[in-house]
Design a binder for this molecule. Structure first.
Ligand SMILES: NC(=O)c1ccc[n+]([C@@H]2O[C@H](COP(=O)([O-])OP(=O)(O)OC[C@H]3O[C@@H](n4cnc5c(N)ncnc54)[C@H](OP(=O)(O)O)[C@@H]3O)[C@@H](O)[C@H]2O)c1
Length: 233
């Protein structure tokens, strides 16, 4: 298979590169820092800053590869902050987590006639704490995008939206708050690969955390807000 993975230099993306690099696949691995991806058999490192949307669109329009599996994994999360996010930081979060996905797929999808497109969203898209406004909003936008795309490209191209809870990577190592049900990288990536193999339309995990969030979302808004003001600022 030809596989495209963004955010391939570290964390979840890097583990996905390692797992899919099993001799049967050719992996196109996108990141800004690609040194650690160089010289690996069957891995084609692509140095690209996904916040440079025009460059991203141009690159993928001109890349003559038909992908079987695309994993839009790259993402950023600003340090959690109780203050109002400056516009530039807000925009960068949306550029990397959301707009780069469409900039990339505009060139990639027309060359696919079947296959899978996978988004790495987040459980944070289901509950928006005041301290992580841009991240939650960008991932919620991604959920909406995935739902539209799934029905636009069905039945030949499967769209799979994955909503992980906390997984131990550089992204979560920065957090100084309690992270319930924190998973190690291997377990997290096992679940992601399971969802891709089973062609789950939407797959949220760990289930205990997901059901707690679903219950939370059934509470009256006044109660939700009181809790979010207490624990989410
Ligand atoms: N870890 C979690 O608990 C968790 C939970 C839910 C969802 N997620 C999502 O899972 C995805 C991967 O997260 P992670 O924890 O593996 O994060 P990570 O360890 O911080 O890795 C992020 C990856 O994205 C790449 N990236 C960041 N900005 C980029 C840019 N401007 N251009 C190109 N590549 C860029 C980084 O590569 P370079 O720095 O080399 O460019 C890196 O490979 C993200 O979408 C994240 O939101 C993570």
């Amino acid at each position: 298979m030809n596989i495209l993975i963004t955010g391939a230099s570290r964390g979840i993306g890097r583990e996905l590169v390692n797992r899919y690099n099993n001799g049967k696949n050719k992996i196109y691995a996108v990141a800004r820092n690609i040194d650690s991806l160089k010289g690996i058999e069957n891995v084609v490192p692509i140095k690209l800053d996904l916040s440079d949307l025009e460059k991203v669109a141009h690159y993928f329009k001109n890349l003559d590869v038909k992908f079987d599996l695309v994993i839009a994994n790259a993402g950023i999360s600003l340090p959690h902050s109780p203050s109002f996010t400056p516009f530039e930081d807000f925009k960068k979060t949306f550029d990397v987590n959301f707009f780069s996905v469409h900039a990339m797929l505009e060139g990639v999808v027309p060359k696919m006639d079947k296959g899978k497109i996978v988004f790495i969203s987040s459980l944070a898209s289901l509950v928006a704490a005041p301290s992580s406004m841009p991240y939650s909003a960008s991932k919620r936008a991604l959920n909406s995008y995935a739902q539209s795309l799934r029905n636009l490209l069905a039945p030949d191209i499967k769209v799979i939206n994955i909503l992980p809870g906390f997984i131990k990577t550089d992204m979560t190592d920065k957090n100084d708050f309690y992270m319930p049900f924190l998973m190690d990288l291997k377990d997290g990536v096992d679940r992601i690969i399971y969802a891709i193999e089973k062609e789950k339309k939407e797959y949220a995990f760990p289930k205990r955390f997901y059901y707690l969030i679903k219950l939370f979302n059934m509470l009256p808004l006044s109660l939700q807000d009181a809790i979010l003001r207490k624990v989410g600022r």
